[in-house]
Design a protein around this ligand. Structure first.
Ligand SMILES: [Fe+2]
Ligand SMILES: [Fe+2]
Length: 245
């Protein structure tokens, strides 16, 4: 299934509207879009590493293999996201492109024990950040007009849904007891703040022309983020016995 989808993405990528994309933009817009794809490539690479930490955490928790296998697939999929982001950056300028890691240590929530951090990293990475990713990419899909980006973005949505499902699967697992659920609840404000801070860190104002090419502006991200919290994250936590104070 995904092999066929990626073959179709490749075909769209070779079309003139993508291959000659740079010529349709003025220098400032082209550079803005190039920087966006580079920044996104680095974000995807950092996410790939965070799934490696989550995989180790899940193994440490003795979580079901359905969850560890979601984490294993997520690592490979995030690396593929990096590759495609770099390909779009390469179309927009001759400068060498590379993705940089945003950190090289597992995230640590202050005041949480090592065992608690093992649960919190996956809840944060999947239930919060990946769930926001799904909503952001869905919002972006409504704006995108370039065929190659539209097909790629649609496939990314499918993959981010699976990445989010890892966290929701962890919360549904009977291996987490009442005490774990109260502990997660205590960290909901910190995880919410961190999600906002990470997703809104880049300063990207709204450009309709660039949003049609997959650019994620702050106004688009902010709207999707609020929707993710209201419609998915907070109700999902509640349904799993996690009631934020
Ligand atoms: Fe990704
Ligand atoms: Fe993801």
């Amino acid at each position: 299934m995904s092999a066929r989808v990626y073959a179709e993405i490749e075909t769209a990528f070779d079309h003139a509207d993508t291959a000659e994309l740079a010529a349709t933009l003025n220098d400032d817009r082209r550079e803005e879009l190039r920087r966006f794809w580079l920044g996104r490539a680095s974000g995807e690479l950092t996410t790939a590493l965070s799934f490696e930490y989550m995989l180790a955490d899940l193994q440490g928790l003795d979580a079901p293999s359905a969850l560890t296998s979601l984490a294993e697939h997520a690592i490979a999929e995030e690396h593929r996201h990096v590759d495609y982001c770099l390909r779009f950056a390469r179309l927009l300028g001759d400068e060498p492109v590379q993705a940089d890691l945003g950190g090289t240590r597992p995230l640590v929530f202050e005041g949480a024990t090592d065992a608690d951090n093992r649960v919190l990293r996956t809840v944060f990475g999947s239930c919060f950040s990946e769930t926001v990713a799904v909503q952001v990419l869905l919002a972006s899909q409504r704006e995108i007009t370039l065929e190659s980006v539209r097909r790629l973005n649609q496939q990314h949505v499918t993959e981010e849904v699976r990445h989010a499902r890892l966290g929701w699967g962890l919360l549904a697992w009977s291996g987490l007891n009442e005490r774990d659920r109260s502990m997660v609840a205590a960290f909901v404000p910190a995880m919410s703040r961190l999600t906002r801070a990470l997703w809104l860190a880049p300063q990207r104002s709204g450009h309709l022309q660039l949003e049609a090419l997959g650019y994620l502006s702050n106004p688009l991200v902010e709207r999707a983020l609020l929707q993710a919290f209201d419609e998915v994250i907070l109700p999902g936590l509640e349904r799993n016995g996690i009631r934020a104070a």
